[in-house]
Ligand binder design. Structure first.
Ligand code: IYR
Length: 229
């Protein structure tokens, strides 16, 4: 993506900033909190189609995230092919079977009980899109030479957060799903060995009768997650 010659320092004025008063900011911050508080992880999806443009704009937003040395060490493989989704489901359920049969360890499996998760992953075929997030361990210049990436998990985590909030903003629900190990995704989605699959986001409209586990709404209070010094 990069040519070595692109990488020199050239400051430009900060573009396109909002002009807000402190009162505007208080209203905006509160409204965004209220809006994001309506986001819930959903496991039951409607099969209703979601257009490719919507997914493209949400992934475009993810690509606006900050990253180590601005290397943008991510790739989002967006799967809508029913055949590929079925193959992903089959491989993921096989791994989940090993996990829930004891591979995950007693403590981990017990911690998941209140969430009601299990081996069956119907969302992998019912959701109209699966977005598979890949982290690029290293990058390549146009001439094929490699360069190191920095803070890769942090950068990909931030971009995925941008993606989840863009999906919610677009009226879509998602489920972050992490079968373990996920190496099978490189083969199915033809991604290079330099990329590590990080998670699958099942994306779509929630089913009309979708439920969520009550514990998932129990968020820590502000005074537990924030200190002011
Ligand atoms: N990958 C498994 C297990 C799982 C792990 C965590 I941490 C969760 O928050 C939920 C599930 C699964 O998807 O069932």
């Amino acid at each position: 993506m990069f040519a070595k010659s692109d990488l020199s320092y050239e400051p430009i004025p900060l573009p396109d900033q909002q002009d807000m008063t402190d009162a505007d900011r208080r209203a905006a911050a509160r409204a965004y909190f209220e809006f994001m508080s309506t986001r819930h992880t959903v496991r039951d999806f409607a099969e209703t189609e979601v257009s490719r443009d919507v997914i493209e704009d949400c992934v475009h937003t993810a690509g606006r995230a900050p990253s180590g040395a601005n290397h943008q060490p991510w790739h989002f493989a967006c799967v809508r092919s029913p055949d590929l989704k079925a193959q992903i489901r089959e491989a993921a359920e096989e791994e989940e079977r090993a996990f829930y049969d004891g591979g995950g360890g007693d403590e981990w499996i017990k911690a998941l009980e209140p969430l009601g998760t299990g081996v069956d992953k119907p969302h992998l075929t019912t959701a109209p899109w699966l977005i598979v997030v890949f982290a690029q361990r290293w990058g390549e210049f146009e001439d094929g030479t490699r360069f190191k990436n920095y803070y890769v998990p942090e950068s990909v985590g931030i971009a995925t957060g941008f993606l989840i909030s863009a999906l919610h903003h677009s009226g879509l629900a998602c489920l972050t799903h992490t079968p373990n190990p996920m190496k099978f995704l490189n083969g199915l989605l033809r991604r290079p060995a330099s990329e590590k699959p990080v998670m699958i986001l099942a994306v779509g409209e929630p089913a009309p009768d979708a439920t969520i586990p009550k514990v998932a709404t129990m968020k820590k209070p502000l005074d537990e997650i924030m200190s002011v010094l």
